[in-house]
Ligand binder design. Structure first.
Ligand code: PEP
Ligand code: MG
Length: 881
């Protein structure tokens, strides 16, 4: 490892003090330059000031750590020897570049200064050395522009104006047509502008220029762009950046020079061919600034065939050496190729999968490495329709990306309208302040859902993920004026029936109907998943409430159902009235009548689901939400129900009002319903067991598991389990067949965790409901926290939304305690998790380490969970060796 207090690492003449593996210390760019130098590739000599130096610099109130500057001077002398020119020398001046380079690439977020060392004297030396005054003055005016902008804060526009005026006077269109004398004439006015705007003279002394450039690069770690980028990509604030100080090579030395970027494979498809761009007689910033359009890399083959061949060979070597697809920057100076950077290339999801699989075929990596190469979250892109990447869209606002995929449709404000329009063949988007269980049919009918309120586990978010519908929640710019038939998103007014598009993967809400492209899984994906399955230890089940979901989840590789939420089944159009009667009925008779109507329907659902999941476990949760959620609210609907029940409307209304709760999430729900109204649970158990027995008689293998929600006391479970077994026994006797049945509990309350050893006496399995467990542990409402959680994350109070990424310190600790205590009583206790965290990779890694048996997540997250579980297992193996 690197020496202590060594801040500067030289790379020159085939020798590098740093190593490619020291990314943390040298940053990605510095590590790549060191590695390429050590490989004997042609890299302009230079040195890297470490990230440690940067951190010490901040800690000391922006002062260089002791010894850093001296070490830089020593390194500079070696660089000078290597290139045979001297920094600041008026006859043979060395020019330097100063570039940022963090541990993880943050493209374009931090600063770079090129051509450092130029002043009115050294430019003469450059003219003599190059015998090319045009090139020398071009470099000089570029330097003033870049330094003036990056280091001294002069707006780009101030220099552009001077350049534009010169082009106009000279009657030319492009910079490259300007003569040496015109370029020379730009120097004084440009420096004058700097003085005018900043009140400071442009520094002429090369050493001042170098010092100020290094300071500027250090400071650029804290600029707004970089801070925002880190925030988005979860890069820690305290890493700091390395600074690379390197001898300049010049792509603007004439027609046999140029600059370019290549990828060793196509970063959007993964196809293996040299992909990239080249710009003749130019420096890199021309491409970035969009001043000139670069040409396809094949232009280099035509213009400089030998250089092209060398580049191809270098690319192959680098890819083989790093065992990954590379993104390479190069410059050609008078026919000689120089390498300026190599790094693992960023790529789309399809490219990531294809490259990983093909590299195994090429013998570059093994299957373990391939599985580790693809980011689980990324494959989400493969599963859902996306907005055509070529399309131009107008983003009106952003909310939380609650359920991925893109969807377009006509705006509707009510679930009924969504159903009606869908039946008429239209595609609609359901736009609501928030959704509630009675919106379920509308959500089903819609292409996607957008809500103004709510967080990542609000009703809309959870249900949409379950349905595989695109969904954006908590879009605070959305104001709905349902009565007048329009909504407003920021300044834009959108009337009912107008088109909107949402992207549930990014949270973007767009005007109009954006073109979408379908997902295509392909054989590479299947292969990668097969490898992943071979490595993972965690089982992966799905949360599925309907046969359609179950079917989809099987296609994505689910090994059973970990959560079938039965409430979904209660909202079907043809049963809601009976369900309402069942709830409202105060006497036994009408309730029984209603239950008898519902029973065959539930049984039909279970039969279909069990059949799809033949041979696999299916965990059915007994009814959970507060009953009043099923009840009608509007007077008109209450009237309809009263007529259906043949009761006076007033009586029905009073009953509905009586059932109102101010805090339903902590109210009369879960097993509390099973205690007070056992008939409902009994009907559900009967439906489950009749379905299971009948299928078994047909020869279908069934493994029902009945799960009791929101248990906090042993007695609750004892009572409910007693009822379950009584009904199950009766059904099995009646059908003359036995099916294996497990009865377990959800763990959703801290109390249940703390007495897990006691609960395990009755529970044959645990399934953590981490949505509720997060809510009850953090005292945060799943439905309301969307209003303030983003501010908590922005201000660093929370690193992530705890409804998305498991809060390991609290909820994670509870899970660990519960597993330990539960297995003390029942060592073989099967433990799973079925909250939303079951499909989130960081949380999955935790569940793996905590020895859970399985995770369960919505169908579209099943492949993500399979990959994440495999990576967690491989990473743990790696940590242990
Ligand atoms: C949970 O609470 O994590 C859970 C899975 O149940 P629900 O989201 O239905 O409350
Ligand atoms: Mg729950």
């Amino acid at each position: 490892m690197a020496a202590k207090n060594k801040y500067v690492y030289l790379f020159a003449n085939g020798v590098a003090e740093g190593k490619g593996a020291w990314r943390d210390l040298l940053g990605g760019k510095g590590a790549g330059l060191a590695e390429m130098t050590a490989l004997g590739m042609r890299v302009p000599p230079g040195c890297t000031i470490s990230t440690e130096a940067c951190r010490n610099y901040y800690a000391a109130g922006n002062r260089y750590p002791e010894g850093m500057w001296d070490a830089l001077m020593v390194a500079l002398q070696k660089i000078e020897q290597a290139v045979g020119v001297v920094f600041g020398d008026r006859r043979r001046p060395l020019l330097l570049s100063v570039r940022s380079g963090a541990r993880e690439s943050m493209p374009g977020m931090m600063d770079t200064v090129l051509n450092i060392g130029l002043n009115d004297e050294t430019v003469q030396g450059l003219i003599q050395m190059s015998d090319n005054p045009r090139f020398a003055y071009d470099s000089y005016r570029r330097f003033i522009t870049m330094f003036g902008n990056v280091v001294m804060g002069v707006p780009h526009k101030a220099f552009e104006e001077i350049l534009e005026a010169a082009k106009k006077r000279a009657g030319v269109r492009t910079d490259s047509e300007l003569s040496a004398s015109v370029l020379q004439g730009l120097i004084a006015p440009m420096k004058g502008r700097v003085q005018e705007i900043t009140g400071r003279a442009f520094p002429n002394r090369p050493w001042d220029q170098l010092r100020m450039s290094i300071d500027a690069v250090f400071a650029s770690w804290h600029n707004d762009r970089a801070v925002a980028y880190r925030h988005l990509h979860g890069i820690p604030e305290d890493w700091g950046t390395a600074v690379n100080v390197q001898a300049m090579v010049f792509g603007n030395r004439g027609e046999d020079s140029g600059t370019g970027v290549v990828f060793t494979r196509d970063p959007s498809t993964g196809e293996k061919y040299l992909y990239g761009e080249f710009l003749q007689n130019a420096q890199g910033e021309d491409v970035v600034a969009g001043i000139r359009d670069p040409q396809h890399i094949s232009a280099l083959r035509r213009l400089m065939p030998q250089v092209y061949d060398e580049l191809v060979e270098v690319c192959q070597r680098l890819e083989r050496h790093f065992g990954d697809m590379q993104d390479i920057e190069f410059t050609v100076q008078e026919g000689t190729l120089y390498l300026l950077q190599t790094r693992n290339a960023k790529r789309t999801a399809p490219a990531a999968v294809r490259v990983a699989v093909e590299m195994v075929g090429e013998g570059l990596i093994d299957t373990r490495e391939a599985v580790l190469r693809v980011e689980p979250e990324q494959i989400d892109q493969l599963l859902h329709p996306m907005i055509d990447p070529q399309a131009e869209v107008t983003v009106l606002a952003r909310g939380l990306p609650a359920s991925p995929g893109a969807a377009s449709g006509r705006v509707v404000f009510t679930a009924e309208e969504a159903v009606r329009r869908r039946e008429g063949g239209e595609r609609v988007l359901l736009v609501r302040n928030e959704t509630s269980p009675e919106d379920i049919r509308g959500m089903h009918a819609a292409q996607g859902i957008i809500t103004a309120r709510g967080g990542m586990t609000s009703h809309a978010a959870v249900v949409a993920r379950g349905l595989g519908k695109s969904c954006v929640v908590g879009c605070r710019a959305l104001v709905i004026n349902e009565g007048s038939g329009y909504c407003r998103i920021g300044e834009q007014v959108i009337h009912a029936s107008e088109f909107l598009t949402i992207d549930g993967s990014t949270g973007a809400v767009m005007l109009g109907q954006a073109p979408l492209v379908e997902a295509d899984l392909g054989k590479d994906f299947t292969q990668l998943m097969e490898w992943a399955d071979g490595y993972r230890k965690l089982g992966v089940r799905c949360n599925a409430d309907t046969p359609q979901d179950a079917e989809l989840a099987r296609k994505f590789g689910a090994e059973g159902i970990g959560l079938c939420r039965t409430e979904h089944m209660f909202f079907a159009e043809d049963r809601i009235m009976a369900v309402r009667q069942m709830i409202v009925a105060e006497a036994d008779e009408p309730r029984r009548e209603a239950l008898e109507q519902i029973l065959p329907m539930q049984k039909g659902d279970f039969k279909a689901i069990f059949r799809i999941m033949a041979g696999l476990p299916v965990t059915v949760r007994l009814l959970d939400p507060p009953l009043h959620e099923f009840l009608p609210q509007a007077l008109e609907e209450i009237g309809e129900l009263a007529a259906y029940m043949r009761r006076p409307a007033r009586e029905v209304r009073t009953r509905v009002e009586k059932m109102h709760e101010s805090n339903p999430m902590l109210g009369h729900r879960g097993c509390r319903l099973g205690i007070t109204t056992p008939d409902i649970y009994n009907m559900q158990v009967q439906a489950i067991m009749e379905a299971a027995c009948e299928l078994k008689l047909e020869g279908v293998e069934v493994q029902p598991e009945i799960m009791v929600p929101l248990v906090g006391h042993l007695k609750e479970l004892e009572i409910v389990k007693g009822h379950i077994h009584a009904v199950a026994e009766q059904v099995m006797r009646q059908k003359g067949i036995r099916v294996p049945l497990l009865v377990g509990t959800m763990i959703e309350l801290p109390r249940a965790v703390l007495i897990a050893d006691v609960i395990a006496r009755e529970a044959e399995f645990f399934s953590y409901g981490t949505n509720d467990l997060t809510q009850t542990t953090l005292g945060l409402s799943r439905d309301d926290s969307g209003m303030f959680l983003p501010a908590y994350v922005e201000q660093g109070i929370l690193e992530y939304d705890p409804f998305v990424v498991l809060d390991q310190e609290s909820v994670g600790e509870l899970i660990r305690i519960g597993v330990e205590r539960g297995r003390q009583t029942r060592p073989e206790l099967k433990v799973g998790i079925c909250g939303e965290h079951g499909g989130e990779p960081r949380s999955i890694a935790f569940f793996h380490r905590t020895n859970l048996d399985y995770v369960s997540c919505s169908p579209f997250r099943v492949p993500i969970a399979r990959l994440a579980a495999a990576q967690a297992a491989l990473q743990q193996e790696g940590d242990q060796t």
